[in-house]
Design a protein around this ligand. Structure first.
Ligand code: C2E
Ligand code: CA
Ligand code: CA
Ligand code: CA
Length: 275
């Protein structure tokens, strides 16, 4: 048993070593990714149910690594936050999204995801302002998506920045609603223009009565507070039909379109105009 124990310990440390090496390699690669131009954006449409037109597209970050291939943001955003790289990457996303969106039809807004960590430096508002100035994009066409994790930050400082962003003319969306620290008091305290209902509720809309009840409640709340609602992760016509019936304002998901390249946005918008 003793020999076996020693052997297990050796395997364990070898595995630990491999994990540490992989993490180190990821960190090194991430530090170099920006200067090597390995980051790019894809855009996924939000379809306005009332008009059946694309009202906005969400910018989704992609990391195209020469050996790793396309890496999901779920695998590297958290690491970037820990490494202090998120401000720089966030600036890249804001600059690229506003620049690319300035070439699209004026009725199409662009939604950009913000990490809660980007609210810590105190420079976010000027970064957004600079991106708008450089691109010439109408601030009313920029939606900033934040998540409930923001509520774990300095709430007064966050609120002040959100109000400044609103004063610039930008819109604020609450992303992934229902997955974090949802509280009705936040909705009253923060100036949200839109609530995005998380895809986990949409996925279960037909199979789970509670998910349907939550969607109905959130949609009703949005209606009474004059906040727009968007359902995420819509994959089937049946889900779409139910969301329409529940008075959701817009839908986003593979049923409408997968995320596309910037140069494909215009023709995608046009294809809905012809329907
Ligand atoms: P999110 O903001 O909730 O974005 C929606 C995610 O759902 C995207 O994953 C999108 O590709 C995926 N999706 C869209 N439609 C469907 C569908 O019908 N079914 C399913 N199963 N999934 C769908 P993606 O692009 O991998 O991004 C994952 C997350 O990474 C995002 O979730 C967001 O939290 C974060 N992220 C992406 N880009 C950025 C960025 O520029 N900055 C920051 N801070 N976070 C980002
Ligand atoms: Ca989002
Ligand atoms: Ca989301
Ligand atoms: Ca999400």
């Amino acid at each position: 048993a003793k020999a076996e124990g020693r052997c297990n310990a050796r395997i364990y440390t070898t595995q630990m070593h491999e994990v540490a090496t992989a993490r180190h390699r990821l960190e090194t690669d991430l530090r170099e990714a920006l200067s090597r131009h390995e980051f790019t954006l894809r855009y996924q449409p939000q379809l306005d149910i009332a008009t059946n037109q694309v009202s906005a597209v969400e910018a989704l970050l992609r990391w195209e690594h020469p050996e790793r291939g396309e890496v999901s943001p779920l695998q590297f955003i958290g690491v970037c936050e820990e490494l202090g790289l998120i401000d720089e990457i966030g600036r890249f996303v804001l600059d690229s999204a506003t620049r690319e969106a300035s070439a699209w039809p004026a009725e199409v807004k662009v939604a950009v995801n913000l990490s809660a960590v980007q609210f810590r430096s105190g420079r976010l508002v000027s970064v957004v302002q600079a991106a708008l100035a450089r691109s010439g994009l109408d601030p009313a066409r920029l939606e900033l998506e934040v998540t409930e994790s923001l509520m774990l930050e300095d709430v007064a400082a966050v609120r002040a920045q959100l109000l400044e962003l609103k004063a610039l003319g930008c819109h604020i969306s609450l992303d992934d609603f229902g997955t974090g620290y949802s509280s009705l008091s936040y909705i009253r305290q923060f100036p949200f223009d839109r609530i995005k209902i998380d895809q986990s509720f949409v996925r279960e809309i037909e199979s789970n009565k509670d998910s349907l009840a939550i969607i109905r409640a959130v949609s009703g709340l949005c209606g009474s507070l004059a906040i727009k609602s968007t359902a995420e992760g819509v994959e089937t016509p049946e889900q779409f039909r139910i969301l329409e019936q529940e008075n959701c304002d817009s839908v986003q998901g593979y049923l409408i379109s997968h995320p596309v390249h910037a140069h494909q946005v215009r023709s995608m918008v046009d294809s809905f105009r012809r329907r």
